[in-house]
Design a binder for this molecule. Structure first.
Ligand code: MN
Length: 511
């Protein structure tokens, strides 16, 4: 598994010195209690760190700049306990560069009708303090998430938890390198885009890695490591018994697949990459009969499946946007139960209200979404430069609701398209030995697919059972990109209107 930083979130409470030291002592005490309880709740995936109350321009500016340079700080949560004049926040907010969550809550839950007096009012003032802060954020166009709710309520904590996961994945994206082995599949438009704009918008960097360089890692793989990985495969998965027969074509294919996985992992590690793309026409020396042949004998599909499960971003056929998005999706969903995968719309099944889309790929589906133990099999694959016996994990996905997402480049902005889907039970497909899922896009096949296509969505997407549209909404806000969602309430009429309105908005707000 890739190493990930121990991200933390700072809790910054706003106030002022108008009410005297005693009041400020209460403010600090209250926010310390809130922070302690949030951390004890078990709901938040990352720790919240209490910071001294912010009451002056200088301290606010200093604190935000410290947050900027602190490598473990992945975002700041602000709460205006009392009234905090918002001009004090201008410089700090101008210089702050990380995700911001504005929590609108109050230390005291209910109005104590019998005893309430002016002192109580002055100590329970976020009702107007948070509006003052909201105003300056709106005026300055500061991107943030506003969470409204009582801090002890799980529903409130859940919203903070969603944002924390997204913000940590966002931090992870800022030093992300995606390696491309080979280029885009020739002439393909939807998976391509402006890599300079992507780096400015998302932080991640996309680099070219010659396949000849990857082959240097391939040469360096040790036979005993190949054998050990082969043994690991047989211990982890069900498998075709022919694979265990030394000298069989199946055995040879799996050994070569293991060697390819070791080469890819070593190369990714060497360059500190968090994701990669492949191209089925670019797998090393073109001619396998060349005496100097150094190459993969098959598309490294099994490696891609397993590296995806480990957290490496993956996009097939040079699809670097999907590779980066998958890594972010995997990062957000760490520790969650049902899994995520790169998928591709492959084949349609017209069946009235159950009309669905078969999601598969030639090989590369992440086993984290498998309904049962994957089965390791070897079959002939007749596409790309090799046309060879090719190892892969075969399974069908779990069932139930999930969300799939893609990012496309519209020229003047990136558009995130999000679609709720329902994975249904597929029939047996004995002649199609690949991993797959079968889903109905919401609100139904006609509108789901129609809206996706109208919005210009890819045939590749990043799917998760655990990460719903709320996460993607936070992600789009952090990235400052367009998001369109296709869900149970979508109509084509409203969806097309949204697209047209967005076109106007982004004409005025080019990236
Ligand atoms: Mn594809």
């Amino acid at each position: 598994m890739l190493a990930t930083k121990n991200y933390k979130f700072w809790f910054c409470t706003g106030s002022q010195d108008l009410y005297g030291d005693e009041c400020l002592a209460h403010v600090a005490e209250h926010s310390k209690i809130i922070v302690a309880k949030l951390n004890e709740s078990g709901v938040l995936p990352y720790e919240v760190v209490w910071k001294p109350t912010l009451i002056t321009n200088e301290l606010i500016r200093k604190t935000f700049n410290e947050a900027n340079v602190d490598e473990e700080c992945a975002g700041v949560i602000t709460w205006m306990h009392t009234f905090s004049p918002a001009k004090s926040w201008i410089l700090g907010l101008q210089e702050y560069r990380k995700p911001l969550l504005h929590l609108h809550t109050q230390f005291n839950e209910e109005i104590p009708y019998d005893t309430i007096d002016m002192d109580f009012m002055n100590l329970n003032q976020s009702a107007h303090g948070d509006r003052e802060f909201g105003h300056i954020c709106a005026r300055m166009g500061v991107r943030r998430k506003v969470v409204v709710g009582y801090w002890k309520d799980e529903a409130t904590q859940d919203k903070i938890a969603v944002w924390e996961r997204v913000a940590a994945a966002w931090a992870d994206s800022q030093d992300m390198v995606i390696l491309r082995f080979g280029d885009q599949m020739n002439n393909v438009a939807v998976t391509d885009g402006d890599k300079v704009a992507a780096e400015m918008q998302f932080g991640y960097h996309v680099d070219y890695c010659p396949v000849s360089t990857l082959m240097e890692f391939h040469k360096a793989v040790k036979d005993e490591d190949v054998k050990a990985l082969y043994d690991e495969y047989l211990s982890l998965y069900d498998y075709d018994p022919a694979i265990a027969v030394e000298g069989s074509a199946e055995h040879k294919s799996v050994m070569n697949a293991a060697r390819a996985e070791l080469a890819l992992r070593a190369c990714l590690k060497h360059y500190g990459a968090k994701g990669f793309t492949t191209n089925f026409d670019d797998l090393g020396t073109a001619d396998i009969n060349d005496p100097k042949f150094e190459g993969f004998d098959q598309i490294p599909g099994l490696a891609s499946q397993r590296l995806m499960a480990e957290g490496y971003g993956f996009g097939a056929e040079g699809d670097w946007k999907s590779a980066a998005l998958y890594r972010t999706l995997w990062f957000m969903s760490q520790g969650m139960p049902k899994g995520c995968s790169f998928l591709e719309d492959y084949t349609l099944n017209f069946d009235g209200a159950n009309s669905a889309i078969l999601q598969a790929h030639m090989l590369e589906i992440c086993p984290k979404i498998a309904a049962a133990k994957p089965r390791l099999e070897v079959h002939f694959l007749g596409i790309g430069i090799r046309k060879a016996q090719t190892a892969r994990l075969v399974f069908t996905s779990k069932l139930g609701s999930g969300v799939t997402a893609t990012v496309i480049d519209m020229g003047n902005r990136f558009r995130l398209i999000v679609n709720d889907v329902e994975c249904i039970e597929p029939k047996k497909m004995p002649k199609l030995p690949v991993a797959s899922a079968l889903w109905i896009p919401m609100p139904n096949f006609e509108i789901g697919a129609g809206a996706w296509i109208t919005a210009g969505g890819t045939h590749h997407s990043c799917f998760s059972f655990d990460i719903d549209a709320a996460y993607w909404e936070d992600y789009a806000e952090m990235a400052g990109i367009e998001m369109v969602r296709i869900g149970k309430d979508t109509t084509m009429e409203s969806f097309k209107r949204d697209l047209r309105i967005n076109d106007v908005y982004y004409m005025l707000n080019n990236r």
